[in-house]
Design a protein around this ligand. Sequence first.
Ligand code: SAH
Length: 222
Amino acid sequence: MAPVRGVGMESHAVRARMVERLAAEGIADARVLGAMGSVDRHGFVDSALVNQAYEDTSLPIGLGQTISKPSVVARMVELLLAGTPQGRLGRVLEVGTGCGYQAAVLAQVASEVYSIERLRGLHEKARANLRPLRLANVHLLFGDGMQGFAKGAPYAGIIAAAGGDAVPAAWIEQLAIGGRIVAPTSMAGGRQVLVVLEKTPRELRQTVLETVQFVPLKSGIA
Ligand code: SAH
């Protein structure tokens, strides 16, 4: 891991405490706990926020966007892996790279991570944040993730860090049989919930989970 601003030697211990908290709150998949324990979250936030990096809060990352709280990242990655055998998941598409933190976590549990961001400023910030980690299996893309990324398909998993009114058709098309989509989605009335879609040979199985609060999924680039 790269030398980082301000947290220093104790960051390993601080991460270990965060992992203990996640386990106490019900995250059980050792792959997820291992990944959360191995990525320096403080390397992804502004220096002024470094002392909050391991608290369970979302934090601003610029351009009106936020990095999700660690408990939400862990929960969503665990849902993405659920039902898959031990070992790595195959190719994963992340929609909404933001600062790149979740992409770094996904890189620990998936063989390849394609992560797409629609705001050029954040795409570049993620590139800079991830460079020192030298994660050869992370591929950062600039574009509208509502179209997915056909060149990387089919995906074993698709995870969205922004919430829309429905799961875009392109994601369902680009999902492998046996794969899963985990995406915040607005229900009638505007409440945003976590939705899991599983693609079986015969159907698309939908599970609606807890209420969440994500930034909106938007079309186009900026
Ligand atoms: N996973 C990120 C969280 C970023 S917040 C992290 O770890 O930091 C969600 C991101 O989704 C924002 O950066 C926002 O710009 C992006 N986003 C919203 N709609 C998008 C779209 N259609 N395609 C790609 N990115 C999108």
